[in-house]
Ligand binder design. Structure first.
Ligand code: GLU
Length: 288
């Protein structure tokens, strides 16, 4: 009998440079780093800088500096290169175009001319909790690209209505989401020519051979969407470990509006990373 060796653990940190990193990011990233370390794996830093309307160049440098200050160490990234370079998403458009083309060739997506306003106006189902994308009513499902002319359009993924997408999250346990009910047809390529998060994330996690995705629990529903993309692109699905979100004293999830909890501000007050981590139980739960 032969046993094949499992692939070496590869985890990643995937921050978006749209503001200063805060304590909530640091906690999730710390879990990612702890899991990679305890498995003698690699930790990759990917700069998710696709959304040029929201990110600012100055945040890229501060992001790297804040991560280093906090104690993060990565072996591949935009600053140090690596076998799966480039690690800035803005330089990886060819990967995303190739993925889009595969989805188009397989008839998994359709051109959608709805504006954000049309979509909002046509909502039938309530928003899924913690997920900002409304359920798309299917208005453009029958569209053919040849009929669009020179109208602006986005590419939308055709979800298999009624299918239960399930996966076992390594932290949160078994998850089940119903396509068309918990989430609808989602955008993979925006009308302004920018790949959507769902597509870029899957294309990169697969290309960079990520074996486990560690991120916030607010992205559990996105994982269901991404599983559909992995399947359509014939790519292996990584494992997932979603971390509980850090909440503020009013029970709201930390966001970039919480300037006082940015790593930058805390550092400015003379707080040390060790003090900030003192009560965190992210050492590495006894899970697989
Ligand atoms: N750049 C995304 C974010 O900051 C990454 C999400 C993920 O880890 O997949 O929300």
């Amino acid at each position: 009998m032969t046993f094949s060796t499992p692939p070496k653990y590869r985890g990643r940190l995937a921050p978006s440079p749209t503001g200063y990193l805060h304590l909530g990011h640091a906690k999730t990233f710390w879990a990612a780093q702890s899991r990679a370390k305890s498995r003698a794996g690699a930790l990759i830093l990917r700069n998710e800088d696709l959304d040029s309307t929201r990110f600012k160049m100055e945040f890229v440098d501060t992001m790297l500096e804040d991560l280093r200050w906090f104690g993060f160490e990565w072996s591949e990234g935009p600053d140090c290169g690596g076998p799966f370079a480039p690690y800035n998403q803005s330089e990886r458009m060819d990967f995303y175009r190739a993925a889009l083309e595969k989805l188009r060739a397989g008839n998994f997506i359709y051109p959608c001319t709805c504006s954000r306003k049309d979509i909002q106006a046509a909502i039938r189902a309530p928003h899924a909790e913690n997920d900002e994308e409304p359920i798309y009513p299917g208005t453009c499902r029958q569209n053919q690209q040849s009929e669009i002319g020179n109208r602006k359009f986005s590419w939308r993924f055709y979800v298999p209505d009624g299918e239960v997408i399930s996966f076992v999250d390594r932290n949160c346990g078994e998850q089940k989401f119903v396509a068309g009910k918990d989430f609808g047809d989602f955008i993979v390529w925006r009308g302004d020519g920018v790949p959507a998060y769902q597509l870029a994330c899957v294309a990169d996690d697969a290309a960079m051979r990520i074996t486990e995705v560690v991120r916030g629990a607010d992205l559990l529903l996105s994982t269901a969407r991404q599983i559909l993309l992995y399947r359509s692109l014939h790519l292996p699905v990584p494992d997932f470990f979603h971390c509980a979100l850090m909440l503020d004293d009013r029970g709201r999830r930390l966001a970039k509006r919480h300037d006082a909890l940015s790593l930058r501000a805390l550092r400015g007050q003379g707080v040390s990373p060790e003090e900030l981590r003192a009560n965190w139980d992210v050492s590495d739960p006894a899970r697989p």
